[in-house]
Design a protein around this ligand. Structure first.
Ligand code: ZN
Length: 273
């Protein structure tokens, strides 16, 4: 019996290792594949942030885009026909969040659904006394824990084209994916070392409460006030602000900027603009 259990464990380990090895080989091949010139044109046109990146990051990003496109299923919904323009524009922005890090390529994700515009999805509200109601509400993007991310194409394009308004639905929803990698949606993604969690929690909690107070006081905020909804939305909105309003964030929220800079291993204030 013991022998049988050991054999079964060995077979499972071999299968896992085999899959991991094949995936590594496939990724290496994708990272080394020349980037299609037509795709680069799409990115230069639709994702102006790309044109500000140093050459080494552009090259790294091109590799990440190839992996993300190969490993995820993109589907047009609500009558939208899927095109390379849509896939590449989304993957380029999702790839920016992986630059300079040991990329895990969003392991919880396998499908990206894209609607032409705002889409309706069901919100379940608890009415009390074991009663629930499903209400359709309009959304621009959603990140599900069960491997699906949903985006509105017009919002994706608008968010990418304006690189300084702090609104970018792709950064927002893929930041949720990073947050969800450890199984919880709580504004705390997987960090490199255990010792980083305490400063992360201290700074993000302080800044989240500060944003809540500022919003309650009706004062102007650097970050979108939607970040005051809960800690998960705070991290997603902080990510949008970090990449699109880095100067303002660094000036007004230096600790938050530094902690995100060390998490993303990027320093967007150096990218000009
Ligand atoms: Zn969100």
């Amino acid at each position: 019996m013991l022998r049988f259990v050991l054999l079964a464990i060995l077979v499972i380990c071999a299968v896992i290792l085999g899959k991991w090895y094949l995936r590594s080989v496939r990724r290496k091949r994708l990272l080394a594949t020349p980037f299609p010139a037509a795709w680069e044109k799409i990115i230069e046109r639709n994702v102006p942030l790309y044109t500000r990146l140093p050459g080494s990051l552009k090259h790294q990003l091109q590799g990440h885009i190839q992996v993300l496109l190969a490993e995820n299923h993109f589907e047009g919904c609500g009558g939208l026909e899927m095109t390379d323009e849509i896939r590449v524009t989304i993957a380029a922005q999702a790839g920016i969040l992986l630059l300079n890090r040991r990329p895990r390529y969003y392991p919880g994700l396998d499908s990206i659904l894209v609607y032409p515009s705002t889409f309706l999805s069901k919100n379940i509200q608890y009415l009390g006394d074991h009663a629930y109601i499903e209400r359709p509400s309009a959304h621009l993007g959603e990140s599900w824990r069960r491997g699906v991310l949903v985006l509105a194409w017009d919002t994706v394009k608008r968010g990418a084209l304006d690189v300084r308004d702090g609104q970018n639905v792709v950064f927002h929803e893929f930041a949720h994916q990073l947050d969800q990698e450890n199984g919880a949606t709580d504004g705390a993604p997987v960090l490199e070392r255990g010792t980083l969690y305490a400063p992360w929690a201290r700074i993000l909690t302080k800044e989240y409460e500060r944003l809540q107070n500022t919003v309650r006081g009706g004062l102007e905020t650097v970050m979108d006030e939607y970040g005051a909804t809960n800690p998960a939305e705070f991290f997603a909105v902080a990510t949008e602000t970090f990449f699109e309003k880095p100067h303002a964030m660094k000036r007004k929220h230096p600790e938050l900027y530094e902690v995100l800079k060390s998490y993303y291993k990027l320093n967007p204030v150096e990218w000009g603009g």
